[in-house]
Design a protein around this ligand. Structure first.
Ligand SMILES: Cc1cc2nc3c(=O)[nH]c(=O)nc-3n(C[C@H](O)[C@H](O)[C@H](O)COP(=O)(O)OP(=O)(O)OC[C@H]3O[C@@H](n4cnc5c(N)ncnc54)[C@H](O)[C@@H]3O)c2cc1C
Length: 408
């Protein structure tokens, strides 16, 4: 028996490997990972790790003993370079091969590179991995003027950490508002105020046309229109790209990610995908979506693990995400794209509120600032397809739990 091979040892891959064992799978399980470190938590990289509040050791997901105890072989520092789906085999760099009965592709995503003049200069950084974070932290310690390209989650989290470290920070966002594709305009405006109050300069509707160097090192960025900003460090956070190259080359169906069903199965028997590298049909989005968040990677990794062990449970979690910036927590649940009405619950001025999104009178998503209680309820409401009336949502004396109780 060749067993299960998992490519990628992060949230999706680790969850799939642990789940097959929990579900009683007895064959060999091998997890191949190109990073040469034990699986670790990625979200703190832009937050506590940059601030020096945790160490690389403190980020580890599990003790190594958990893997050995479950007979999960971790092949760390090894990259899969080819998938031969007909032979049921993957090829590793250096030409070693691993045969498989089942394969889980959990290769995640990579940072989208910026492709303008000066992009190759020393001091232009990205943040995906612990290696990136160690490098960025050392550079942040030495830098004084930091330009962040992209007002998305990673850019804003790095901005929040850098300003806490006493740096001069400017965020350049091409869109008209921060986190444009992820949250309501109300939350974007609130976050803008928080960043500006903390001392971050934010330029929206601003595109960067070149990165300028002094010798080989970054010295400034130039915006469309010619404005120049001094910078000794440029951090680029302009989105992620699915690591679906192996699958594309092997002829698996991909469309901005590896296409899978509700069990994480590709159209090729025995081959599964989960996490950032996969795209699936979501009833919450009403279409195919690729998510980049921890909850999704873990839940889909679990569904895949169960399917490999022949104990199927469809993946049907409501998408959710969190982001810590300055001293607040933003959480989102559901899928807000195409929403045609928003309703605010709570007090924006008090910094504790939620924005309920409706699409054709149906509750589809909720963004919350410092309000985990609303998030928990919203998750259950959206999962159950319950839509309280907007007037009831606005009224904070209305207990939203009653809608769930009435259903029981
Ligand atoms: C700085 C940062 C902050 C974040 N903050 C949050 C947050 O606050 N909340 C949240 O929900 N999400 C957050 N995320 C997103 C979250 O971390 C990802 O959605 C999650 O890590 C996805 O897990 P994954 O297992 O699908 O893939 P990944 O975590 O991307 O892991 C994939 C692994 O596979 C490896 N790999 C790729 N190709 C190969 C190959 N050919 N051979 C061997 N190995 C390979 C990769 O190197 C990587 O180690 C953050 C991400 C980053 C980078």
């Amino acid at each position: 028996m060749s067993g299960l091979v998992v490519i990628g040892a992060s949230y999706a891959g680790v969850q799939a490997a642990l789940t097959v064992r929990e579900a009683g799978y007895s064959g060999p399980v091998t997890v191949v990972a190109d990073e040469a470190v034990l699986p670790y938590q990625r979200p703190p990289l832009s937050k506590d790790f940059l601030l020096g509040e945790t160490t690389a050791q403190g980020l580890l997901m599990r003790d190594e003993a958990i893997f050995t105890g479950r007979r999960i072989d971790l092949l760390l520092g090894r990259r899969v370079v080819e998938l031969d789906r007909n032979a049921g085999r993957v090829v590793l760099a250096g030409d070693a091969v691993l045969d498989f009965d089942s394969l889980v592709i959990a290769t995640g995503s990579r940072a989208r590179p910026i492709t303008i003049h000066g992009a190759e200069l020393d001091g232009v950084c990205y943040l995906r991995s612990i290696a990136d974070a160690i490098d960025l932290k050392a550079r942040l310690d030495r830098a004084s003027e930091i330009v962040i390209v992209g007002g998305g989650f990673i850019g804003l989290e790095v901005a929040s950490s850098a300003i806490k470290l006493g740096k001069r920070v400017t965020v350049i966002e091409a869109g008209s508002r921060l986190l444009e594709r992820a949250v309501s305009s109300v939350v974007s405006r609130f976050l803008l105020d928080i960043h500006v109050q903390a001392g971050v300069a934010v330029k929206t509707n601003a595109a960067i046309s070149a990165i300028l160097g002094a010798g080989s090192r970054v010295a400034a960025v130039e915006l469309d229109g010619g404005v120049r900003l001094g910078a000794d460090l440029v951090v680029v956070g302009i989105g992620g790209i699915a690591n679906d190259d192996l699958a594309v080359a092997a002829g698996l169906k991909c469309a901005n990610g590896i296409m899978v069903d509700q069990y994480g199965r590709t159209a090729c028997p025995g081959i599964y995908a989960a996490g950032d590298c996969a795209i699936h049909y979501s009833r919450f989005a009403g279409g195919w979506i690729r998510l980049e968040c921890v909850q999704h990677a873990q839940d889909q990794g679990r569904a895949v693990g169960l399917a490999v062990a022949d104990s199927r449970e469809p993946y049907d979690s409501v998408p959710r995400f969190w982001s810590d910036q300055h001293d607040l927590r933003l959480q989102t649940v559901g899928h807000a794209a195409g929403s045609d009405r928003i309703v605010i619950r709570g007090a924006i001025d008090a910094g504790r509120f939620s924005v309920f999104h409706y699409r054709q009178d149906k509750l589809v998503a909720v963004d919350s600032i410092n309000n985990p209680g609303d998030q928990m309820l919203a998750r259950r409401l959206i999962a159950a397809g319950i839509s309280p009336e907007p007037d009831q949502v606005k009224d904070i004396s209305c207990d939203l739990r009653s809608f769930l109780k009435n259903r029981q």
